[in-house]
Every structure is written in structure tokens, then in C-alpha cells.
Design a protein around this ligand. Structure first.
Ligand code: ZN
Ligand code: ZN
Length: 346
């Protein structure tokens, strides 16, 4: 086994603390990555707190991982020691179901293996990126360009692909009016991709002070959702709404902002179900869809696109000792737009 050190939640009620643990040895198809940076995703906190399902404890969170390959198994073909590499939200899947065959490992019919808070095929718990190293099968490891700031690349592995994938799936681009609901970790990436793909991008937010920030990211317009006049003026105007909000919100209101045939795409995950009257959909032939992260091939495509177009996340680099305080600030939305842990501080 390989000795690792990181930060773990021992229970859902306690703060993260330093913890030593073991990872599997590097198998013939595995690589070992020395982690340099790991993004802090809101879902890390949801999982520590058992918000979605009972977790596996101790839990080492983190699924926005970048670093350097330090060891490769005998049969590894895609990576060499010394190369930059990344790991996102999953580290394995069944590989044989229809979705896996189609490059949609995130929707594996047997369930993908999460980077943490999951059990691998060996039955052992997986531990995430708030740690100094990770061992992953090469098929679930991404190539990272050295052209971009490595710490700012980390959030692309979750926030980036979560917004890139639906925009690609629905072919959002030139001639489309795209609204991005919520301007946090996901929302700011959605704005960057939407603008880059040629769409006319509007940020919908309940905070007036986000207007300047939205425009600075390249958004063309801003609608303050608490302002009735602005909402009225936006009725029936968008082809797509990318909904990144994970708190409870009024979906029928946003559906009224879509044009005929418009699509409301959920990527945020509120704990309470949405309530949608049929009339909000059938008047204007509207749809509500959803999308979860992206497959491995598409994640690589996204990373390559970002390298070619100079797109990274806006981040605030933190010391791992400040993780609890960073969670508190993240919950309040007091971060532009993603915390990233500098693993040299471990
Ligand atoms: Zn995430
Ligand atoms: Zn599968």
C-alpha cells in the first residue's frame, strides 16, 4: 500500500482534520499523481454533511485534482512520469454498459466510482484530492496542458465540465440567447464557455452587486431577478437557461423567460424537488433537462478547448488549514469563484 496524508472529515458533525491513510499500490494500468492543487466544490460539503446520501467516513473530499505523474504501472500507455495530469469526479466505471461504451461513463448503468465517498471494484473506499497523492487507472486520468495556470485549471475538472457538457450537448452557440442562472463556481464557467461559443449571454442573479462581475467575465447582459421590471422585460427571450443554483428556487418563473422551444437545463442540485405546472411547459413547447459532469473523452476535449482558448477558472488559492473557514465563506457565496487548495501547505 501507499501511505497518503490529507485532510478528512471523521464524522458528518466534525471539521476536517489532518489524517494519514493508505491507497492501493500502483497496478499495471495505474498512475500515481503527486497532487499540487485541488479545487473546493460545493458538493464536497454536501457529501461531508450527508446531504445527499449517507457517506463513508473518514472522508477525504476533493474531485478537482491536478498534479504531476510520479509513477506509472508497467502497462500504462497514455502517461509518462513527470507529465501533468488531472482527475475529476470519477475514477472508474463498469466500462461495458451502453453508456460507458458511448463515452458517458458518468451515467454508467452500474454507477460510476466516485473519486471519494465511494467504493472501488476492490471494495475499498476511495479517497479524494485533499491529499498529497492519488492512484488512478490511466483511463480515468486527464492530460493537462502546461500553457495554463495549473491552480486555475483544477476547477475545470468539475465546475468546467459540468457546464461545458450541457452547452455542447444542446449545441449552444452563435445566434442563441443563453441565460446563466446563478454566478458562482459553475455559473462563472458557464458564462466563459457561453461567450466563447458565440452565444449572447445574460446572467440572472438575485444580487445586484454581481452585475459588474458578470460583465467582467464577458456576459453581455444582466437581469436582477428580484426586480419585477427587469424580469418582465426578459419574458420569453432566452433559448436556453443554464441553471446552476443549488438552493430552492422558483422554476416556473424562469420557464416564463424562455422563448418557444426553449430549454431550461439543470446542473445545480437543490435538495428539495422542483414544482413545475404543466402549463409552464406546454405553453411554448418548453423543456426542462439536466446534465451531470461529463464523460472522460469530453472532459479531455474541454481541457484541450480551454488550453486553446486560454480559459481557466477564477480562483482564490488557500492554505489547507483554512478549509473550514473557506467552507463557511463558500456557503455565503463569498468567493470569486472557486477556492483551490495549495497542496504544498499540507
Ligand atoms: Zn464538484
Ligand atoms: Zn457502465
Amino acid at each position: 500500500m501507499i501511505v497518503s496524508k490529507g485532510y478528512a472529515a471523521q464524522t458528518p458533525e466534525t471539521d476536517l482534520v489532518p489524517w494519514s491513510f493508505e491507497r492501493r499500490d500502483v497496478g499495471p494500468h495505474d498512475v500515481e499523481i503527486a497532487i499540487q492543487y485541488c479545487g473546493v466544490c460545493h458538493s464536497d460539503l454536501h457529501q461531508i454533511k450527508n446531504d445527499w446520501f449517507p457517506g463513508i467516513f473518514p472522508m477525504v473530499p476533493g474531485h478537482e485534482i491536478v498534479g504531476k505523474i510520479v509513477r506509472t504501472g508497467a502497462h500504462v500507455k497514455k502517461f509518462e512520469t513527470g507529465e501533468l495530469a488531472g482527475v475529476g469526479c470519477m475514477v472508474d466505471s463498469c466500462r461495458t454498459c451502453e453508456n460507458c461504451q458511448d463515452g458517458l461513463e458518468q451515467y454508467c448503468e452500474k454507477g460510476n466510482v466516485g473519486t471519494y465517498n465511494a467504493k472501488g471494484k476492490d471494495g475499498l473506499p476511495t479517497y479524494g484530492g485533499y491529499s498529497n497523492n492519488i492512484v488512478v487507472h490511466e483511463d480515468f486520468v486527464l492530460h493537462i496542458s502546461d500553457k495554463l495556470s495549473l491552480s486555475a485549471v483544477a476547477p475545470l475538472l468539475c465546475a468546467g465540465i459540468t457546464t461545458y457538457s450541457p452547452l455542447r450537448h444542446w449545441k449552444v452557440g452563435k445566434g442563441h440567447k443563453l441565460a446563466v442562472l446563478g454566478l458562482g463556481g459553475l455559473g462563472h464557467m458557464a458564462v466563459k464557455f457561453g461567450v466563447s461559443f458565440g452565444a449572447e449571454v445574460t446572467v440572472l442573479s438575485s444580487s445586484a452587486n454581481k452585475e459588474e462581475a458578470a460583465k467582467a467575465l464577458g456576459a453581455h447582459h444582466f437581469v436582477l431577478t428580484s426586480n419585477d421590471e427587469q424580469i418582465k422585460a426578459a419574458k420569453g427571450s432566452f433559448d436556453f437557461i443554464l441553471d446552476t443554483v443549488s438552493a430552492k428556487h422558483n422554476l416556473p418563473l424562469y420557464l416564463s423567460l424562455l422563448r418557444t422551444n426553449g430549454v431550461h437545463i439543470c446542473v445545480g442540485a437543490p435538495t428539495e424537488p422542483h414544482i413545475i405546472p404543466a402549463f409552464a411547459l406546454l405553453m411554448g413547447r418548453k423543456s426542462v433537462g439536466g446534465s451531470g459532469i461529463g464523460g472522460i473523452a469530453e472532459t479531455q476535449e474541454m481541457l484541450d478547448y480551454c488550453a486553446a482558448h486560454d480559459i481557466v477558472s477564477d480562483i482564490e488559492l488557500i492554505d489547507i488549514k483554512d478549509i473550514t473557514e473557506s467552507y463557511e465563506r463558500m456557503v455565503k457565496g463569498d468567493v470569486r469563484y472557486r477556492f483551490v487548495i495549495d497542496m504544498a501547505t499540507l
